[in-house]
Each structure stands twice: as structure tokens, then as C-alpha cells.
Design a protein around this ligand. Structure first.
Ligand code: ADP
Length: 363
């Protein structure tokens, strides 16, 4: 049995197409994060799974049951919103018990479930309080508790941490990670634009852009093997450096030659057809290391230095203005504005993208 299956799911608002045929299979108990820039359609997709938006076309299955025409309340889902959406006049206990009371569950069972959820989320001391007497983090925990009490098949989170300050965000993120361990059999789908949340919580991440899936994979698959330039630049902070290079043939080898004249051997079969063409090369800031003039991939003048103690960020004035180069070196580095630095990277840390932005290595 799968948790949630999307088959060619489409969404249009009138004549505006928002989602263009999403295919995705989410395993039972899997924690999947939808991530992507604002407006890419991730909330719409979540709301369609929740039954809060009509499905224009395609099929949606929850635990192998077609639910396109099944109302939200009957789908076995529970949703946690960014805005908490608690009933302000009800205590924490009553907020959490509400759905079970509506479903006419018996009192003992309600009490047992509410207390278990309150235990899980350290809400026991607050059960008699009204939401207004709680911090933002506590309110969001109540919203999560209310969802747990319903014992859903699928737990849906729509940017649940966006309204919290930085410290509470970290704490609540850890609580959600713990929850994932406790509720092992519950499928969870989580929408965020925050890639740290995506990387730390997800079993698999779905990267969306402009209503389409760009790539699906584990956090480390997306980090180490981005399928295209969009994912390469979207996952990782500071973002992957991208610069242009020419594919050249020297002797029997096909190499890439960067614009400031350095040559780099990459024995990639797929380069062969691209002789004399310009491709994009990607290297993450943390994958560059300082080398010398003879053996570097790239060189540039230091434009400014950010010394953060544990790492030093060197920003280079590289000649491609739209693609500044950032280098992240562990510890304290004795480099200053105006210095010329020579950079190298291990071959398996150099990503190559064809003129259409598709990876030459990972497809
Ligand atoms: P995200 O959650 O990724 O920021 P949304 O799913 O909220 O994006 O929105 C995706 C696109 O659908 C956006 O372009 C948005 O303007 C559009 N959209 C969302 N809701 C409606 C609506 N009710 N009517 C028309 N367009 C909408």
C-alpha cells in the first residue's frame, strides 16, 4: 500500500494553469517535503491533497483509495497551517478534543488521545489555557496536537514554522522531526520555502518550479546530484557557483576550459557530442579549495571577505557579473580584498550542465 499517489494531477484557475501534470508516489509513513520558490504551486498541491481545492484533472489516491470526489473530512487527513487556526475561545484541551467530540467519540477515548498528544508535545502544563495565553511556538504545538489527536492517515503541514522567530523555528523543527519518529506509520507531507527545513526533515524532497516537478530525491541526492541548473542553484546555501566553460578537445581527451583560461580534465562521455560548445559548470562554495596557478580550475580577485570564525567566505570579482563566485573555506583564512586566489575542486564535485541546463552527469 502506498501513502499518497498523484497521477497526472493538474490545476487551473479559470484559464490560468497552475499545475501541469504532477506524478508522484509517496510511500506509507514517508515524510515528503514540497519545496520551491513562491508561487510554484506547492500550497495548491497540498490543498488539493487535503480536499480544500478541486482537482482539475488527474487522479489522487490516499492509501490506494481514489479520493478525487471524497470530501476533505472523509479523507483521513489532518492539516497544520501557518496561522495555527485555533479556536480562540476554547482551551488547549478543548481545541485538541474538538474533532473527536464532533465525531461523537466517547469521553474516555478523547481524554486518552488528548493526553497522549499533550505528552508528546510537552503541552501538559497548558491544557487549561486559552490560545492567547501561549507563545507562538506553543500555539503551533497545539495545532499539531489537534492534528495528532485525529489519528490521520496523512499529516499535511503548510509552512507551519513561518510565523515563528528564528529560535522557536529551530526548536519546533526538532519537535516535528521527533514526531516523525514517533508516528512512523503516518505519511507526512510538508510544504516550505525554507531549504534547511526541507533538508533536515525530509525522507525525500520534491522540488517544484512553475507548476512542475524539477526533481525528486533524498536531501543528499539533490545536494550531490542535482538533475538540472534550477535544482543545483535552489538547494544549498550559499548557492552553487555557476560559470561558463567551453568543451575542448586536447589530444584524445575532452576537457572543459573555463573563461579565464584554465583547463580541467573531465572524462565524461557525454561531453563528446558537445565539442566547442559552451556549457555551465557548477561548484559548491564548500567544494572549492585554494590551489596554485598551474593547477586551478578558476581564478579571481577577492572582492570582499566574510570571516565568520568557523568558516571564511571569499567573494570573488569574477568576470561573469551575473554569476558571482563565492568560496567557503573552513576556519580563518588570511586573504584580503584585492588578493588573487586560485581555486580547484575534486573532479566528483564539479557539476556540468548542457546548454539547456540539464545535468550531463546524473541523468
Ligand atoms: P506557493 O505555495 O508555491 O507559493 P501557490 O500554490 O500558493 O504557490 O500558488 C501557485 C499559483 O497559483 C500562483 O501563481 C498563484 O497566484 C495561483 N493561485 C493560487 N490560488 C489562486 C486562486 N484562488 N485563484 C487564482 N490563482 C491562484
Amino acid at each position: 500500500m502506498t501513502g499518497v499517489t498523484l497521477k497526472n494531477i493538474k490545476k487551473s484557475y479559470g484559464k490560468t494553469d497552475v499545475l501541469f501534470g504532477i506524478d508522484l508516489q509517496i510511500e506509507l509513513g514517508e515524510f515528503v517535503v514540497f519545496v520551491g520558490p513562491s508561487g510554484c504551486g506547492k500550497s495548491t498541491l497540498l490543498r488539493m491533497i487535503a480536499g480544500l481545492e478541486d482537482i482539475t484533472d488527474g487522479e489522487l489516491y490516499i492509501e490506494d483509495v481514489l479520493v478525487n470526489d471524497i470530501p476533505s473530512a472523509m479523507r483521513g487527513i489532518a492539516m497544520v497551517f501557518q496561522t495555527y487556526a485555533l479556536y480562540p475561545h476554547m482551551t488547549v484541551y478543548d481545541n485538541m478534543a474538538f474533532a473527536m467530540r464532533i465525531a461523537k467519540e466517547n469521553k474516555a477515548k478523547i481524554d486518552e488521545r488528548v493526553n497522549a498528544a499533550a505528552d508528546m508535545l510537552q503541552l501538559k502544563p497548558y491544557l487549561d489555557r486559552l490560545p492567547k495565553a501561549l507563545s507562538g511556538g506553543q500555539r503551533q504545538r497545539v495545532a499539531i496536537g489537534r492534528a495528532i489527536v485525529r489519528n490521520p492517515k496523512v499529516f499535511l503541514f503548510d509552512e507551519p514554522l513561518s510565523n515563528l522567530d528564528a529560535a522557536l523555528r529551530v526548536q519546533t523543527r526538532i519537535e516535528i522531526a521527533n514526531l516523525k519518529e514517533t508516528l512512523k506509520d503516518t505519511t507526512m507531507i510538508y510544504v516550505t520555502h525554507d531549504q534547511v527545513e526541507a533538508m533536515t526533515l525530509a525522507d525525500r524532497i520534491v522540488v517544484l518550479a512553475a507548476g512542475k516537478i524539477e526533481q525528486v530525491g533524498t536531501p543528499l541526492e539533490l545536494y550531490t546530484k542535482p538533475a538540472n541548473l534550477f535544482v543545483a542553484k535552489f538547494i544549498g546555501s550559499p548557492a552553487m557557483n555557476i560559470f561558463k566553460a567551453d568543451v575542448v578537445k586536447t589530444g584524445g581527451n575532452t576537457c572543459i576550459k573555463t573563461k579565464n583560461g584554465h583547463q580541467f580534465d573531465i572524462p565524461v562521455k557525454s561531453l563528446a557530442g558537445l565539442n566547442n560548445q559552451e556549457i555551465s559548470v557548477g561548484v559548491r562554495p564548500e567544494d572549492f579549495y585554494l590551489s596554485d596557478q598551474e593547477s586551478c580550475l578558476l581564478s579571481g580577485e577577492v572582492a570582499f571577505v566574510e570571516s565568520l570564525g568557523e568558516v571564511t567566505l571569499l567573494h570573488l570579482a569574477y568576470h561573469e557579473k551575473e554569476n558571482p563566485v563565492v568560496v567557503k573555506i573552513p576556519g580563518i583564512v588570511n586573504k584580503h580584498k584585492g588578493d588573487i586566489v586560485y581555486l580547484q575542486a575534486e573532479q566528483d564535485k564539479v557539476h556540468l550542465f548542457d546548454p539547456q541546463g540539464i545535468s550531463l552527469l546524473y541523468l
